[in-house]
Design a protein around this ligand. Structure first.
Ligand code: COA
Length: 163
């Protein structure tokens, strides 16, 4: 069965890519689904977030063969119904992620009982990465290249210069 890995990806970090690389080894097809409707006020537009992901994925041909980056508006469960059958994949970092992730998995399954969520533990190095902190560091001129690719770091710099 294929998997759908949804997120805001504002922007994609090494942590997200680590999950994508591992999931691409397990699932025959992985759809990375960039959400338009998220409670977060995003720095990058929907197309910019999806393009950055496509660029990251294309750097690894083995992964690129199995991964498709798409975007969606509206409910995740509707996207899954339209593009499934598929399981929803989410990465889990520290314990702090648990409550939010369990709640989201429960809600999605309540709306559509066919929607199952699988969790993949993030590797240790990704536990403390978050897009929000990456953006904050970039805003304050910090070096973010430990957390995101050169391309994403460059996009962050030019986006923040325009603000
Ligand atoms: N390594 C490092 N960081 C990671 C990570 C990993 N493996 N996995 C997640 N993160 C970070 C992200 O950088 C992000 O950080 P931020 O909060 O500072 O931005 C945070 O953890 C979670 O982000 P992400 O994985 O992108 O997910 P999200 O919580 O932003 O996405 C959606 C939520 C998009 C899946 C959800 O809002 C959704 O489904 N929206 C569609 C509408 C809908 O159906 N709503 C009902 C939901 S019940």
């Amino acid at each position: 069965m294929k998997a759908i890995y949804p997120g805001t990806f504002d922007p994609v970090t090494h942590g997200h890519m680590e999950i994508i690389r591992r999931a691409a080894l397990i699932f025959p097809k992985l759809i990375v689904a960039v959400a338009e409707d998220t409670t977060k006020k995003t720095l990058f537009s929907l197309n910019e977030r999806a393009d950055m992901l496509r660029n990251e994925v294309s750097c690894c041909p083995k992964v690129a063969k199995r991964v498709q980056v798409m975007h969606f508006a509206g409910l995740l469960v509707d996207f899954v119904a339209a593009n499934g059958p598929a399981v929803v994949l989410r990465g889990l970092r520290a314990a702090a992620d648990f409550e939010y992730e369990f709640q989201m998995a429960y809600m999605n399954n309540k709306i559509d009982s066919a929607v199952e969520t699988l969790f993949m533990p993030a590797n240790e190095a990704s536990h403390f990465i978050s897009s929000r902190f990456v953006k904050e560091m970039a805003r304050l001129d910090g070096d973010v290249t430990q957390f995101v690719s050169e391309n994403v770091a460059m996009k962050l710099r030019s986006k923040l210069l325009c603000q």
